[in-house]
Write a protein that binds this ligand. Structure first.
Ligand SMILES: [Zn+2]
Length: 247
């Protein structure tokens, strides 16, 4: 089905076209009427001020959730509940701009549940897991940014910088790792970016199950960068200063 917006309804793009992410189509209710909205990642830049890794993975996690929980339907903003393990304000801003889940109904549709021992200064690979729930059906999906995408070096450098122990060279290296994150998160196909499963564990994401190759193609951050380098299109301008909030 083609939409009133003039392009296909499904936001489950497998591979981002030419480095551009398809906008998310979503309804809101204004004076009791359903009003369609089209929100691009550039729109989030206007809200947040920049596009950093947190903005990108939250935008794409929302796309994945819509494709799995709503299929070809356009979701309504009020139908989202989100449980996030990620303490970054940029991730939260992205979910808020897309769904209003953070502020709607007094904030009861958005929760941050930090894994034990983590906070904004001490993050691990477990801080990139999101549960997105379609309230009207009770269906939910658990989405995890693939652990292979992170190098241990990133966490080491980030910690050093936060503790004021990083050298200028290390600060530069961290900045470039963060730029690579934004770039790879923008350009990787969905199944190489995320692992996902329905929260009740009954219905695993077919795409990912059917695609054994997805598990072997990205074994490391370097693999992901190499994949993107081979397949990328035009890139959009991304931020080097905000990512993961160590600045
Ligand atoms: Zn950020």
């Amino acid at each position: 089905m083609d939409s009133l917006f003039g392009f296909k309804l499904s936001t489950a793009e497998v591979i981002p076209e030419k480095g551009k992410l398809a906008p998310i189509l979503i309804y809101d209710r204004i004076c009791f009427e359903k009003v369609p909205l089209e929100i691009s990642i550039e729109d989030i830049r206007k809200y947040r001020g920049n596009i950093c890794p947190g903005v990108v993975f939250s935008f794409r996690a929302t796309q994945l959730a819509i494709s799995q929980l709503w299929k070809d339907e356009i979701p309504e903003r009020g139908d989202f509940e989100i449980i996030s393990t990620c303490p970054f304000p940029c991730s939260q801003a992205s979910f808020e701009f897309l769904t209003r889940a953070v502020t709607r109904e007094g904030g009861k549709n958005f929760k941050i549940e930090l894994p034990k021992g983590t906070d904004i200064k001490n993050i691990t690979k477990d801080n990139f897991v999101f549960i997105i729930i379609r309230k009207s059906t009770g269906d939910s999906i658990k989405i995890r940014l693939r652990e292979e995408l992170f190098s241990e070096r990133f966490f080491q450098l980030r910690k050093k910088k936060i503790e004021g122990r990083a050298t200028p060279e290390e600060i530069k290296e961290l900045k470039s790792i963060k730029q690579e994150f934004t770039h790879t998160f923008m350009n990787l196909p969905m199944d190489r970016l995320f692992e996902s499963e329905k929260e009740d564990n009954l219905e695993l994401n077919e795409n990912i199950n059917d695609n054994e190759a997805a598990y072997t193609l990205v074994n490391s951050q370097e693999d992901a960068i190499a994949y993107v380098a081979e397949n990328e299109g035009e890139d959009i301008e991304v931020a080097a200063t905000c990512p993961f909030h160590t600045e």
